[in-house]
Design a protein around this ligand. Structure first.
Ligand code: NDP
Ligand code: 8G0
Length: 455
């Protein structure tokens, strides 16, 4: 059931439908589940009016897509970006259903947000917007109904404003949002979770494949420079990898020397810049003064800019790796690609990777719904801690995150092996995208059948 004006949703539906084929061939009755699951249980759209610093009224569109609640309350982030529309939120909400299933926790799928642009807004304007947005959203969420969190453009500051607004409107303290501050119900390791989890997932891929020995000395391209990119980079640096790139919507910053990537201090400075919604060029100016360790490529993405690469991690936004860029990554020697972003790779890029994988000469690709599920997983752990009114230590949360990533990896690997083994060449690895999609889908479809959603 695709409307022609929903290109991103159409894309994700095509990916899921194609990769489910080996399963549907053996289990044709599940086609009905696929027909049912692709229609959101509920879509909420609303008007958000707020007052800017000049006292003028501003208006934006607000959304919450409550896609599926078969295995738990709707769960998924809120995105604030001028590109936000229903197609993008439906694609994100649909992905979220199967990703949340892969975490092994009881969370359904949802996504929301607004076309509000936080760039260039004062702190006061961001607070006013968040209060106005929650004025409507508060009617539709609840700790056992729907639990939003941040996403692009929504970090700790915005989650805190949204939480404060909910509390005032409802006179109730409950875990209705995740990613909260540590002093008011937030979990340790939630800010780090997506980036760290991505690296824990890639660590399992490294153990399986034969070409790369470890992260030590591995040359890694990371795109984006927000929450996911920053913590992925920090964990990579901790493990001895060389982070050769970061990027943002204005361009890509590439290390000049392939033996000397970004440092922890660089990432901390970039985090400060990004908190102010500034471009990476602000960092490059400082870096240039500091012996020009980086080269700035205005308007570019990192994938074609480095000659020798081992691992590529898209961590910015959807469709940030094209088919041509996928081919360029193979040419530069890249062995692994894992998505920190949601739908970071186009269908063409995935096809390039999957053809390579089947022949044993390409790139092994991990889809975001498996490799970036650490973020929502720790959100699930935050919900558990809020319900129990207790707080686990950072070590406890980190260990649980590691276990969840390892289980998500094992599931996508094993189910991938089961369903892609028939066309595997000598030395080829199973398809993680086939595995993740089938594993996530079957869990949700079975819960839906048990509850009478299809028969
Ligand atoms: P942030 O807002 O912290 O950072 C987003 C980064 O991506 C920024 O560097 C931003 O550049 C760049 N970016 C955003 N939109 C575009 C665009 N249209 N073109 C080019 N660059 C763009 O978001 P997150 O790091 O939280 O999210 C990044 C990705 O990871 C998203 O796909 C998100 O859905 C996904 N994700 C996030 C999780 C989380 O826990 N936060 C969990 C799982 C997935 P600029 O600063 O110039 O805007
Ligand atoms: O914590 C969450 O619910 C959340 C926030 C942002 C992104 C995602 C995701 O899995 O894409 C989840």
């Amino acid at each position: 059931m695709v409307l022609p004006s929903e290109p991103e949703f159409e894309q994700v539906l095509k990916e899921i439908t194609t990769t489910l084929q080996p399963f549907l061939k053996r289990n044709p009755e599940y086609q009905r589940a696929l027909d049912v699951v692709q229609i959101p249980e509920r879509v909420i759209q609303f008007r958000v009016t707020w007052e800017d610093d000049k006292g003028k009224v501003q208006v934006n569109r607000g959304y919450r897509v409550q896609f599926n609640s078969a295995i738990g309350p709707y769960k998924g982030g809120l995105r604030l970006h001028p590109s936000v529309n229903l197609s993008i939120l439906k694609f994100l909400g649909f992905e979220q259903i199967f990703k949340n299933a892969l975490t092994g926790l009881n969370m359904g799928g949802g996504k929301g947000g607004s076309d509000f642009d936080p760039k260039g807004k004062s702190d006061n304007e961001i607070r006013k917007f968040c209060y106005a947005f929650m004025g409507e959203l508060s009617r539709h969420i609840g700790q056992d109904t729907d639990v939003p969190a941040g996403d692009i453009g929504v970090g700790g500051r915005e989650v805190a404003y949204l939480f404060g607004a909910y509390k005032k409107i409802r006179n109730e303290w409950s875990g209705i949002l995740t990613g909260k501050g540590g002093d008011f119900g937030g979990s340790y390791i939630r800010p780090e979770a997506t980036g760290y989890g991505l690296i824990y997932y890639v660590a399992k891929m490294l153990e399986t494949q034969k070409e790369l020995a470890s992260f030590k000395g591995a040359r890694v391209l990371v795109s984006g420079s927000g929450n996911v990119a920053q913590y992925a980079a920090l964990k990579l640096i901790e493990l001895g990898a060389i982070v050769l790139s970061l990027s943002d919507s204005t361009g890509a910053l590439i290390a000049r020397n392939e033996h000397e990537g970004f440092t922890t201090r660089d990432i901390e400075q970039i985090a400060e810049i990004k908190l102010k919604h500034q471009s990476l060029t602000s960092f490059n100016i400082q870096a240039n003064a500091n012996e020009s360790r980086f080269v700035w490529h205005a308007g570019a993405r990192p994938w074609t800019l480095v000659q020798n690469v081992d691992i590529a991690l898209p961590c910015a936004t959807q469709n940030e790796v094209s088919g041509e860029e996928a081919t360029a990554l193979i040419a530069s020697g890249t062995k692994l690609v894992a998505e920190g972003s949601n739908m970071g790779c186009t269908l063409e890029a995935i096809e390039v990777f999957e053809v390579g994988r089947r022949t044993g000469k390409g790139i092994w690709y991990a889809p975001g719904k498996a490799s970036n599920c650490g973020g929502v997983a720790v959100s699930g752990l935050e919900m558990a801690q809020n319900s129990a009114r207790l707080k686990w230590t950072p070590e406890e949360v980190d260990n649980k995150l590691k276990n969840i990533m390892e289980t998500a990896y094992a599931n996508s690997y094993e189910v991938g092996k089961q369903y892609s083994s028939e066309n595997l060449g000598e030395g080829a690895l199973p398809s993680l995208v086939v595995g993740a999609n089938i594993a996530g889908f079957v869990k949700v479809a079975d819960a839906m059948r048990a509850q009478g959603d299809w028969w």
